[in-house]
Design a binder for this molecule. Structure first.
Ligand SMILES: [Zn+2]
Length: 334
């Protein structure tokens, strides 16, 4: 059984075994890039732990009241502790408040579960406070942390957790699964899988966005313009964008992820590869761009886009990231 999720078979098998009372541990850490599906997997695990009508061992029905409450994140024995709105850090006071409720017995199920997403954003004080719960875990309590990487957490924390590591799927595999599970065409699913960089959660998030295609084409058009701009024009572009968008980080991630698909196409052209292009509607521009650059330059541009996405995930100044990226792009004469 797959828990009805795309990909992550090994992790699912591992957690299915751990959902059994004789195997369950008191702390788990699920790591992987943002959008890879950490939280979805964590919630599926909580369902498998608590489902009142599991079809088979380690599975969950998805239909009982417990499963539905967990899906809605409104289950009395599940607390989700997030970084407060407007803050970038998980604070020690939040951990302390959670610990008080963790010490109580579960209301209605076997376990009281606390899920803490993005624990890499915990302050040192918060981390040290959590350590207490890991060293002397209350009975019938389970902690599930997620983080971008095991290395972002104190070793004293990660070493006390069962670590489940999620990786992005191969683009081809994700495209195939998206095609089967969501009835997309081959080219649509490849575009989406590429745009999401193989991260299932990001792909699903994009899939739910009705304006996605429009935004995507818009982002490519913007890139075409930018390539024709001089340095001043590029700085102006970033300034305008910065003024117009409140949620800069998400907007920038989307733009850069879209542009990354363009540069991958340029790389395919430079290598004279046989893989079909993702952005066929921009084929002429892609070929023209490839003709003006050598392989090393294209590889460098791709790498800088990937680094920019990683830095955005880490909350580095988004304006600076975008400016750096654009100032280092080649200039195309139209
Ligand atoms: Zn159920």
């Amino acid at each position: 059984m797959s828990w009805n999720l795309l990909g992550h078979e090994t992790a699912i098998q591992f957690l299915q075994i751990h959902s059994q009372p004789e195997k369950v541990r008191h702390a788990y850490l699920i790591t992987g890039a943002e959008g890879v599906g950490r939280e979805t997997l964590a919630l599926a695990f909580v369902k498998a732990l608590n489902c009142t009508n599991p079809p088979t061992k380690g599975d969950f029905c998805g239909e009982c009241q417990t499963c539905r409450q967990i899906e809605a994140q409104a289950y009395p024995d599940l607390a989700i502790l997030r970084v407060a709105e407007g803050s970038r850090e998980l604070k020690i006071e939040q951990i302390r408040a959670m610990q008080q409720s963790l010490a109580l017995a579960p209301y209605q199920s076997k376990y009281r579960v606390v899920l803490i997403p993005d624990f890499q954003r915990a302050t040192l004080g918060a981390s040290n406070a959590l350590l207490k719960s890991l060293e002397e875990p209350p009975s019938r309590a389970i902690l599930i942390l997620t983080a971008d990487a095991r290395e972002s957490l104190l070793e004293t924390i990660s070493s006390r957790c069962e670590v489940v590591r999620l990786r992005p799927m191969r683009i081809d595999d994700l495209a195939k699964e998206l095609q089967e599970a969501h009835g997309l065409s081959e080219s649509e699913s490849r575009k989406l899988a590429q745009l999401a960089g193989g991260r299932v959660g990001t792909a699903i998030h994009y899939l739910r966005d009705e304006d996605l295609l429009e935004k995507y084409n818009d982002a490519l058009d913007q890139l075409e313009e930018i390539l024709g701009f001089n340095l001043r024009g590029r700085l102006k572009y970033v300034e305008k964008l910065q003024k117009a968008k409140g949620q800069a980080r998400e907007t920038y991630s989307f733009l850069i992820a879209t542009w990354l698909t363009f540069w991958r196409d340029v790389l395919i052209c430079s290598e004279a590869g046989e893989v079909p292009l993702v952005n066929l509607e921009k084929e002429e521009l892609i070929r023209q761009t490839a003709a003006g650059l050598n392989l090393q330059q294209v590889a460098g541009i791709l790498q800088r886009h990937e680094e920019a996405l990683t830095m955005l995930d880490q909350y580095v100044n988004s304006r600076l990231i975008l400016e750096n990226l654009l100032l280092n792009l080649p200039h195309l004469e139209s």
